[in-house]
Write a protein that binds this ligand. Structure first.
Ligand SMILES: NC(=O)c1ccc[n+]([C@@H]2O[C@H](COP(=O)([O-])OP(=O)(O)OC[C@H]3O[C@@H](n4cnc5c(N)ncnc54)[C@H](OP(=O)(O)O)[C@@H]3O)[C@@H](O)[C@H]2O)c1
Length: 350
């Protein structure tokens, strides 16, 4: 055996389907693949073959090396310990373990070194947080970010399969003259509307989604004192989240310096030529892994505008905001496992 035994749990959902696509695209060395969901009786095509979906059960992770979890938090909480006990490393997309001190929360472009501290579970951050920190990390390394104000414009596919179906259904209903469409995935009609309410309301009247952006950014950037205020908004866009980010830095940072840093940054595509109408948009950031960054300018309203910038970013939240980030982590985890098993050479051993 030279490849990994991989399980995708939640293989029939928005993120699970994308994970399968990305495992194939990145040519992840899969020896055996298990697809798990709430029930079986379905098949999924992968690398030209039909794979049966299995109903999750206690034997679901036997022999699995890497388990990619794309299920809700309560389901992860129930099954991640079972997978770890079976010997798998779990890479979890839900919010269940993200803030647990013993669980690394990883964006490979930013803090890959944290993976080495795992004890069986590695958490994939919230999608809006991943998109923000990929863009912010190069600026943070250069000038030290001490404050972040974020406003997000989050696509309906961030709420999974159901979110996409709801926008499609409501748009069709609206075109047919029905102005009172059915509402189920979101709190209100999402077609031709915006909803400033993602996840439940929590401390200080922030939503949990907004607090995730604050807490997770601090953990990933290793910056516990980072001051963050976020407003997260659901918008009637199918795919890719957009974010307006205003930062204050310890040291001066000009828009030109920021653009130079961003144009060299891993995982970033600088799209910033306003005179040529070049700026990030969700339509053009979709179906790819690069986070598009543009509209870089001074925040002229800050007390010291030489240390304050505003930018606009867009990223595909199902790919880099979830599936690709998880597969990138899996690649690092598998490389380490394969070295330990002597399947690949470890350049550090003589
Ligand atoms: N969508 C995004 O952009 C995004 C981004 C970042 C993180 N996430 C996170 O990723 C996870 C998955 O999200 P999603 O958008 O892919 O959701 P989704 O489209 O609703 O898919 C959910 C998946 O979980 C399975 N499932 C549901 N209940 C289950 C149960 N009780 N036992 C076993 N399997 C069950 C479903 O299987 P069945 O087909 O059998 O129902 C399906 O495969 C969530 O934690 C979400 O917060 C999502």
């Amino acid at each position: 055996m030279s490849g990994a035994n991989v399980a995708v749990f939640g293989a029939t959902g928005a993120v699970g389907v994308e994970m399968l696509k990305i495992l194939e695209e990145r040519n992840f060395p899969v020896e055996n693949l298990r697809l798990l969901a709430s029930r079986g009786e379905r098949t999924v095509r992968w690398r030209g073959g039909d794979y049966a979906v299995e109903a999750i059960g206690p034997a679901g992770f036997e022999g699995v090396d890497v388990a990619l979890f794309a299920v809700e938090g309560d389901v992860s909480r129930e099954w991640a310990p079972v997978a770890v006990k079976s010997g798998a490393v779990v890479i979890d997309n839900s919010s269940a373990f993200r803030m647990a001190p013993e669980v690394p929360l990883v964006v490979p472009e930013v803090n890959p070194e944290d993976i080495a501290t795992h004890r069986g579970i590695i958490a994939n951050p919230n999608c809006s947080t991943i998109i923000a920190v990929v863009a912010l990390d190069p600026l943070h390394r250069a000038a030290g970010i001490r404050r972040l104000i974020a406003s997000t414009y989050q696509a309906v596919s961030g709420a999974g399969r159901q979110g996409v179906e709801e926008l499609e259904k409501q748009t069709r209903a609206y075109a047919e003259g029905n102005i009172n469409p059915e509402v189920s995935a979101f709190q209100y009609q999402i077609a031709f509307n915006l909803i400033p309410h993602i996840d439940a309301f929590a401390e200080g009247d922030y939503t949990k989604e907004e607090l995730k952006m604050r807490n997770e950014s601090r953990k990933i950037l290793h910056c516990p004192d980072l001051r963050v205020s976020a407003t997260c908004v659901r918008v009637p866009v199918m795919r890719s989240h957009s974010e307006a980010l205003t930062i204050e830095t310890e040291r001066p940072l000009s828009p030109d310096e920021a653009r130079a840093l961003l144009s060299d940054a891993k995982g970033v595509k600088l799209v910033d030529a306003p005179a040529e109408k070049a700026y990030p948009m969700p339509l053009f950031a979709s179906d790819q892994d690069l986070i598009h960054v543009g509209r870089v300018r001074r925040d002229e309203s800050a007390e010291d505008p030489s240390r304050a910038l505003t930018l606009w970013v867009c990223g595909d939240q199902i790919r880099k905001g979830a599936a690709t980030n998880a597969v990138q982590i899996a690649e690092i985890v598998w490389r380490e496992k394969a070295k330990t098993r002597g399947l690949i050479e470890d350049p550090s051993t003589p």
